[in-house]
Design a protein around this ligand. Sequence first.
Ligand SMILES: Cc1cc2nc3c(=O)[nH]c(=O)nc-3n(C[C@H](O)[C@H](O)[C@H](O)COP(=O)(O)OP(=O)(O)OC[C@H]3O[C@@H](n4cnc5c(N)ncnc54)[C@H](O)[C@@H]3O)c2cc1C
Length: 316
Amino acid sequence: MSAETTTKPKSSYVLGRAEVRAVERVSPNFVRITFGGDEIAEFGTPGEVYDARIKLIFPPASGILPPLDRDTDDWWGSYLAVPEEERGSMRTYSIRELRVSDAGDTEVVIDFVLHLAPGLTGPASLWASSAEPGKELFLIGPRRGREDRGGIEYAPGGASSVLLAGDETAAPAIARILEDAPRNLRGHAFIEVPAAEDILAIGAPEGVEVHWLPRGEAQHGLRLIPTVLDYLGDDDTDEIVVTDIDGEDLVWETPAYSGLGEDVENAGASAERYFWIAGESGVVTTLRRHLVKDLGIDRSQVAFMGYWRRGVAMRG
Ligand SMILES: Cc1cc2nc3c(=O)[nH]c(=O)nc-3n(C[C@H](O)[C@H](O)[C@H](O)COP(=O)(O)OP(=O)(O)OC[C@H]3O[C@@H](n4cnc5c(N)ncnc54)[C@H](O)[C@@H]3O)c2cc1C
């Protein structure tokens, strides 16, 4: 057999050790961390990254990263193959920025929300709060040059305007979408954040108005939901109750996929306006109910995505 026929094709994912290169506390509730390193040199395709989701594996209490098989497409199987106490924790994040130098050095920038209140924090937020240059985690995402969309949900099709809405966990994805979008895009972005100091710079197209909604002492979602509904002309916003949902699953209803098993036959239908909504699952579900049931917006125009769930630790 020749050497060529025995060469194993590279997996379509990069699962690699990523080293912290820089840590910047950009606001009271966001820390911006830059990762680099040889094992992520072929990570991601620069250009239109939009809301691409990636996975991070944080080390367990020992601080030692698990011994993962890194040369596989089955990154989930590779993670589960390690005994639970050595495995660490896997969580989902967005790419705030992907930088590839002419020499091929790759840097991935992630904005982490610091939710550190006792009982309301988790391994990802804790790790990010004490990260410093030289610390490592595993990063999982599409290998450069892959032809599919590799975890991108944002799909406005032929829509001439967009409405993007989300909380602080969706802020990095919204920022990336707006910075990657064509400069003639029109629309509005509504972003609820914990405090006014969490308002961060976004290089949005001129025709997109970015509305930051600091929540202060208000309940999560109770600045975002009425503002979006008011804007859409729903006059029934006096008694907004954030939906309390059972189970651990996150709502995930997009034009192309339905977690609830709804009909997605109209996927890709062209509409004037495209909606992209992400954040706490109950808040997203509440917005969904108002948009689809009260305002009659077609599900094929909207991506509704739960990014986290109040009171529930994610499992990957
Ligand atoms: C596609 C996608 C993209 C995402 N992108 C980002 C991103 O770029 N930046 C980012 O910070 N997050 C992002 N998230 C959300 C992030 O994955 C979750 O917040 C995750 O739960 C954090 O893990 P943890 O270990 O800190 O907390 P977990 O162990 O998962 O949860 C522990 C506790 O913390 C609570 N909790 C979790 N997140 C928050 C929060 N933000 N505020 C208050 N309480 C919380 C939970 O309800 C639970 O009670 C994204 C999620 C998805 C699905």
